[in-house]
Design a protein around this ligand. Structure first.
Ligand code: GAR
Length: 189
């Protein structure tokens, strides 16, 4: 049976990381997971410990070093998943693993993407702009922030009375429902 090596990069709570790992724990596929985080206080570390998943924290400086690229290459990943990873992903790694790195973004790209557009900032801006629709985008990672080829999008409508927190909850629900399924489709087309 094929052994999949999947690396998840996360900077925050890690609810997507946990949800993806749980989804695949119910499948027969053999997967070696590794969680990498740039934030040694990130919630994702507690989740990794609880799930008994290997994890490692690294500094922002380490991320852009050649030794970090070598480390990632040595792991021979099938897929690299950015799930709430907030640093610019290194071009060197992107160039080595093109079409094997995916990211989830909590809006309908190309709108509301780019630097500074993450998490609640995105939802607040969308509510302030009185948008009537938002959603999630899963896309390949290229060297231009949030501009890689789109794999999947799902829309959700926004009522005029909704707060940014309401929208965040809706987006979270979409992420929980669709992200693991999209990962599975990438692994087994
Ligand atoms: C998710 O909503 C994800 O879409 C977003 O960060 C959150 C991470 O939550 N990503 C971005 O904003 C990327 N620009 P999690 O840590 O609970 O999975």
């Amino acid at each position: 049976m094929e052994l999949y090596q999947i690396i998840i990069f996360a900077s925050g709570s890690g609810s997507n990381a946990e949800n993806i790992i749980n989804y695949f724990s119910k499948k027969t596929m053999k997967i070696n997971w590794l969680i990498l985080t740039n934030n040694s206080n990130a919630g994702v570390i507690e989740r990794a410990k609880r799930l008994k998943i290997n994890y490692k924290a690294f500094s922002k400086k380490d991320l852009y070093k050649n030794s970090f690229l070598k480390y990632i290459v040595s792991l021979n990943p099938t897929l690299i998943i950015l799930a709430g990873f907030l640093l610019k992903f290194p071009d060197t790694i992107i160039n080595n693993f093109s079409k094997s790195i995916i990211n989830i973004h909590p809006a309908l790209l190309p709108k509301y993407g780019g630097k500074g557009m993450y998490g609640m900032h995105v939802h607040r801006t969308i509510i302030e702009n009185k948008e009537s629709v938002s959603g999630i985008t899963i896309h390949y990672v290229t060297s231009n922030y949030d501009e890689g080829p789109i794999i999947f999008q799902k829309e959700v409508s926004i009522d005029s009375s909704e707060s940014a927190n309401d929208l965040a909850k809706k987006i979270h629900d979409l992420e929980m429902k669709y992200f693991p399924v999209v990962v599975e489709k990438i692994l087994i087309p």
